[in-house]
Design a protein around this ligand. Sequence first.
Ligand SMILES: *[C@@H]1O[C@H](CO)[C@@H](O)[C@H](O)[C@H]1NC(C)=O
Ligand SMILES: *[C@@H]1O[C@H](CO)[C@@H](O)[C@H](O)[C@H]1NC(C)=O
Ligand SMILES: *[C@@H]1O[C@H](CO)[C@@H](O)[C@H](O)[C@H]1NC(C)=O
Ligand SMILES: *[C@@H]1O[C@H](CO)[C@@H](O)[C@H](O)[C@H]1NC(C)=O
Ligand SMILES: *[C@@H]1O[C@H](CO)[C@@H](O)[C@H](O)[C@H]1NC(C)=O
Ligand SMILES: *[C@@H]1O[C@H](CO)[C@@H](O)[C@H](O)[C@H]1NC(C)=O
Ligand SMILES: *[C@@H]1O[C@H](CO)[C@@H](O)[C@H](O)[C@H]1NC(C)=O
Ligand SMILES: *[C@@H]1O[C@H](CO)[C@@H](O)[C@H](O)[C@H]1NC(C)=O
Ligand SMILES: *[C@@H]1O[C@H](CO)[C@@H](O)[C@H](O)[C@H]1NC(C)=O
Length: 581
Amino acid sequence: MVYLAPFAVALAALSALPTSMAAAHRAMVVHEEREVPAHFALAGTPSPDTPISLKIALTATDMSGLEKVAWDVSTPGNPLYGQHLNYDETRAYAAPHPETVSAVTKWLNENGITNLTTSGAFNDWLAFTVPISTANSLLKANFQKFSEVGGPTELTRTLSYSIPVDLKQHVDLVYPTTDFVRLSKGPRFEVHKTLDKLATRDVSASCQSAITPQCLQALYGIPTTSATNSSNNNTIGVSAFLNQWAEKADLEQFLKAYRTDIPSTTTFQEQNLDGGMDPQLPGAAGIEANLDTQYTVGVATGVPVTLFSVGSANTDGGLDGFLDLANNLLNQTTTPGVLTTRFNEGDVTQALAVNLCNAYMMLGGRGTSVIYASGDGGVSGSQSQNCTTFVPTFPSGCPWVTSVGSTNLTNNDAGNLTETAATFSAGGFSNYFTIPSYQNDAVNLYLDGLGSMYSGKYNSSRKARAYPDVSTNGVNYTIILNDVLQIIGLKASVGGTSCSSPTFASIIALINDRLIGVGKPRLGFLNNRLYAKATSGAFNDITTGSNPGCGTNGFPAAQGWDPVTGLGTPNFGNLLAAAMG
Ligand SMILES: *[C@@H]1O[C@H](CO)[C@@H](O)[C@H](O)[C@H]1NC(C)=O
Ligand SMILES: *[C@@H]1O[C@H](CO)[C@@H](O)[C@H](O)[C@H]1NC(C)=O
Ligand SMILES: *[C@@H]1O[C@H](CO)[C@@H](O)[C@H](O)[C@H]1NC(C)=O
Ligand SMILES: *[C@@H]1O[C@H](CO)[C@@H](O)[C@H](O)[C@H]1NC(C)=O
Ligand SMILES: *[C@@H]1O[C@H](CO)[C@@H](O)[C@H](O)[C@H]1NC(C)=O
Ligand SMILES: *[C@@H]1O[C@H](CO)[C@@H](O)[C@H](O)[C@H]1NC(C)=O
Ligand SMILES: *[C@@H]1O[C@H](CO)[C@@H](O)[C@H](O)[C@H]1NC(C)=O
Ligand SMILES: *[C@@H]1O[C@H](CO)[C@@H](O)[C@H](O)[C@H]1NC(C)=O
Ligand SMILES: *[C@@H]1O[C@H](CO)[C@@H](O)[C@H](O)[C@H]1NC(C)=O
C-alpha cells in the first residue's frame, strides 16, 4: 500500500500532461532525455521493422529500506555491524512488488508485447524484442542510428523516451534507449613498457625501477604468509569484460619470478558469463586480466581468486555487462569478499548510474567490498579528452564503491624513495551522487584549503560525492605477458589505477582472512570504516603531486584527504589493527 500516495500525486499531475493516443490512450511522461554525446553523430533513420531489444528495470519494493540496512551492517559501532544480509533478506527489499510486475506487464500486453523474459538477481528486469516502430510508439521515442565519430560503432538510440504517468513509480529505466557508454576493450592505462627478456634483469631490487609483489609487500607491510581462513567465504572476484581472459601459464611464470616463496602452480578459478571465455591460447590474453590475476594471486597470498570473464552475448556491449556481473554475484549464496574492477570511461546516464550503484550497495550489504580503479585521465576523466570543465568518472562517484587512485614512487631530494601522486590518478567530484556522510569532514577540510581555485570547473557545492577514497602505487608494475610468438618470459611494465585496484583489494582480502580467523565478520562495504577516526593512522598521507587535465595542473595532493590520492596509501598493520578494534 506504500504505492497509494505516490499514485495519488501522479494522478493529480495528469491533467497537466499531454495525452498520447498511440500508446494505448495512456498519459505519458518523459522519463529520460539527453543531447547527442560529443563523440557520436546522427547517422540516419533505421527501417521501422528492424527489431530492437529493450530491457525494463522495475523498481524495488523498498530500496531506501535496503540502503539503510546496508549502511547499518557496514557501520562500526552500529548494533547491526557485520550482520550481512543473505540472498533472501536482500530479495525481500530488492525484488519488485507484485503490483509493479503486473502493472508493467499489463501495459506491455496492451501494446501487443507478450513474449517477456525476466532476468536480474531478483527478476527485476523485463526484456523483450519488438520492431522499432513498436518501440517508438510504446515509449514515444524516436530511435535513430548514431555512429561514433572516427570509430566503427553504430548504435540505435533515442534522445528521449516516455513512460505512462501511472507507471512512474514502477519503472526505474528502459535500457539501452539513451545510453551511449561503450566498454573500452583495450587497457586504458598507460603502458610504460618495453618488453624485454626476464632473465636480463635483477628482480630482487625491484622497487628501485619497477613494481613487483615483493616491492608492494615491503612498501605497505603486506604479509607474505599464506591466508588460512579464506576458503569460499573470502574470495577475491576479479572482473574482466568483453571476452578478456587471463593466461594461467603467464601467471605461473610470474610467480616463478616474483613469488619464489609460494608454489608457482597457485592459480585462479574462472566463471564465465554472457558468453565470456577462457581459451588459454598462448599470446592472446588480455593485459588487464593478466595484470589483475598476477597482482591478486601474487599479493593476496593464499586467498582464492576467481576471474569473472564477461562476454558480450546477451548484452548490448555497454554497461549492461557490469550489471550482469553484479546480478550474477547477487544471485550467489556467498558473494566474494572483495570485487576489483577497472573503471570505464563514458558519460553514463544518471538513471543507469543509480541503478548500477544500487547493485553495488546490495553487494556491500551482502558483505562484499566493491573496489574500483578511479580512472587514468587526472581531472579530465579520460586520457585524451579536451575539456573545459573537469569530467567525473563512474562508478567512482557511486558512494557504495571504494575508489582507488594511484601514487608514483620517486626519489626525493635526499635520494630516498618516496610516494607522490601519480599524474594520471583520476579524482574529483560527482555531478550525480550526493556526498555521503562518511567523507563530509575530510572533503570539507580539503575544500577549505583549496579556496576558489578551479571554481566553476568542478562541482564545488560541497554536496557532491568526492573520490578517490584511497590509493596505492600504480606506476611501472611488472607483469608477464607472453607475446604471440610464445616466447616464455617476456615482461611488460604497465601503469594506471588498474594496478592500484587489485593491490588494495588484495590488502582487504588479507585483512578479511585474519578477521575470519578470530571469528569476526568480513569487512564488506569499507568506506564508513576507512574515513572513521579510529582508522586515521592506517594511511600514509600523500601530500605531493597533482592530477593534471583539461589544460590545468589538476587538484593538488594535500595533507589529509585529497581528490588525487584520497586518504593515502595503506599501512597493512595499522589497517588490520583498526579493523580488529
Ligand atoms: C520470445 O523471446 C525469446 C527471447 O527474446 C526468443 O528467443 C523466443 O524465440 C521468443 N518466442 C516467441 C514465441 O516469439
Ligand atoms: C540465479 O540462480 C538460480 C539457481 O542457481 C538460477 O536458476 C537463475 O537462473 C539465476 N538467475 C540469474 C539472474 O542469474
Ligand atoms: C619504469 O621501469 C623501467 C624499467 O622497466 C625504468 O627504466 C623506468 O625508470 C621506470 N620508471 C619509473 C617512473 O620508475
Ligand atoms: C562464512 O560466512 C557465512 C555467512 O556470512 C557465515 O555464516 C559462516 O559462519 C562463515 N564461515 C566462516 C568459517 O567464517
Ligand atoms: C583537442 O583539441 C585540439 C585543438 O583543438 C585538437 O587538435 C585535438 O585533436 C583534440 N583532441 C581530441 C582528443 O579531441
Ligand atoms: C633518507 O633515508 C635515510 C636512510 O633511511 C634516512 O636516515 C633519512 O632520514 C632519509 N631522509 C629523508 C629526507 O627522507
Ligand atoms: C613518476 O615520477 C617520475 C620521476 O619523478 C616522473 O618522471 C613520472 O612522470 C611520474 N609518473 C607519473 C605517472 O606520475
Ligand atoms: C553538484 O552535486 C550536487 C549533489 O549531488 C547536485 O545536486 C548538483 O546538481 C551538482 N551540480 C552540477 C552542476 O552538476
Ligand atoms: C583459521 O585457520 C586456522 C588454520 O587453518 C584454523 O585452525 C582455524 O580453525 C580457522 N578459523 C576459523 C574461524 O575458520
